[in-house]
Design a binder for this molecule. Structure first.
Ligand code: NIG
Ligand code: FE
Length: 420
């Protein structure tokens, strides 16, 4: 069994002797950090860690991590990284003054991506998504969720989910698939919304469940998209096939989506740019993880998520990229951490916690990933030398991810770039 030893680690982050499924409230800024530490991986799993005084003498491979931090790989619990084409023309329209919602009302937005995806072959979609997947691993992502939702027909939703299945079969990192048939109402159903909901519930879901193509079900609960009642119908139907909910809600309006999702035992409620005090109380009463996607308001404008209000209320917050062609054409988790500090008032340790263990919890992967704990997968980030952990989100835009290890294997190594 091959062993890998990292020595002289300056900061070993989220090194847990008593693993927790998630961190809530004040715990998020008090994550366990070991200084001057070692980490031993055996056969792709974390075997042991501790202070350098107790460092083992030998291993098959030894890495000197002097001055560097080792963090659990990011768990990006919300993306739409299977899509047909970029939408930079809408980006230009927004610069000229149109809003994201106006663009959607004019048939752009999600419907624009749906038209393009319906025309694309499974092969093309796979090839492009595979490049995006490899790209996010270079940023340190070690687990990811990917949604459908640009198909909006039985055939194209299945096509998207099959692409995700192929990605899952080939990828070195775990992938969770989410069925998002209720992403936008296709124009053909404008006069009969119920017929589209019937299609989701009676045709799409049974086929998807039959082929085992999804782990979760999602709906976009928002004015101009789907109502709380429609989302609830989708969640209820998903539950009949054993699919828990992870939903888009409270992006532009607070309409009751959080209440409905918590009542259904949703794994997560995502976006949350707009959250009322009453909704904070609802979240406190349940197990649903509030998942914040600050790159969306960064890119399309609008409110940043009220992270302080959620964390100070004692909740476990997760952070994810929302990588998609419309509201966030970026899967760069380190930038999300910087935004969460700069625009949402989160502390550096809180952002690391939200992007690792709490993200893992939002993917139900917390027993395997999200922290440095004995027996978990050896998937972690080795940073460049850093004076402090805060240096990571502080240095927004600078790539401080030097290496990425997945199951004990170095998959990304940027140390080999020498210009002098
Ligand atoms: O999470 N808000 C809904 N869905 C995506 C954006 C989809 C798109 O614009 O293509 C999101 O932001
Ligand atoms: Fe999204």
């Amino acid at each position: 069994m091959p062993t890998l030893l990292l020595r002289n680690i300056r900061f070993l982050v989220l090194a847990e002797t008593a693993p927790q499924p998630a961190y809530s409230g004040r715990q998020m800024q008090n994550i366990p950090i070991l200084e001057d530490a070692f980490l031993l991986i055996e056969d792709g799993r974390i075997m042991s860690f501790g202070s350098m005084e107790a460092c083992p003498e030998r291993a098959d491979e030894v890495v000197d991590a002097s001055g560097r931090a080792v963090l659990p790989a990011w768990c990006d619990s919300h993306t739409h990284l299977v899509f047909a084409r970029s939408r930079e023309e809408e980006f230009v329209d927004r610069i000229k003054g149109l809003s994201y919602e106006e663009i959607a009302r004019r048939g752009g937005g999600i419907l624009n991506s749906a038209r393009r995806l319906q025309e694309a072959s499974e092969e093309e979609l796979f090839t492009d998504a595979w490049l995006r997947l490899k790209e996010i691993i270079t940023y340190g992502t070690g687990a990811v969720e990917i949604k459908s939702g640009y198909g909006l027909t039985v055939k194209s939703e299945l096509k998207m989910l099959r692409v995700i299945r192929r990605l899952r079969a080939k990828a070195p990192i775990p992938i969770k698939a989410t069925f998002l048939g209720a992403h936008a109402l296709p124009p053909a159903f404008k006069a009969d919304r119920k017929a589209y909901l019937d299609l989701i519930v009676n045709e799409m879901l049974p086929r998807i469940a039959d082929e085992g193509l999804a782990d979760y079900v999602d709906a976009f609960c928002e004015k101009g998209f789907f109502t709380v009642e429609e989302m609830d119908r989708v969640m209820e139907a998903g539950a009949r096939y054993g699919l828990k909910a992870k939903v888009h809600t409270n992006q532009f309006n607070s309409m009751g989506g959080i209440n409905a999702a918590v009542a259904r035992g949703a794994i997560s409620v995502d976006h949350l740019e707009v959250v009322s005090d009453a909704e904070v109380e609802i979240l406190k009463s349940g197990q649903t993880i509030p998942t914040l996607l600050p790159s969306a308001p960064f890119f399309i404008g609008g409110h940043y998520q009220p992270a302080r209000k959620l964390i100070d209320a004692g909740l476990p917050v997760a952070l994810a990229t929302d990588y998609n062609p419309g509201s966030t054409p970026s899967g760069r988790m380190p930038f999300v951490l910087s935004l969460a500090c700069i625009k949402c008032g989160m502390l550096p340790e809180e952002t690391i916690c939200a992007a690792t263990i709490n993200g893992a919890r939002a993917l139900e992967l917390e027993a395997e990933l999200g922290s440095i704990a004995k027996g978990k997968r050896g998937s972690f980030i080795l940073t460049a030398p850093m004076p402090s952990l805060a240096f990571l989100p502080y240095s927004f835009g600078t790539d401080l991810i030097e290496r990425v290890y997945i199951d004990g294997q170095c998959r990304v190594d940027k140390r080999s770039v020498f210009l002098d």
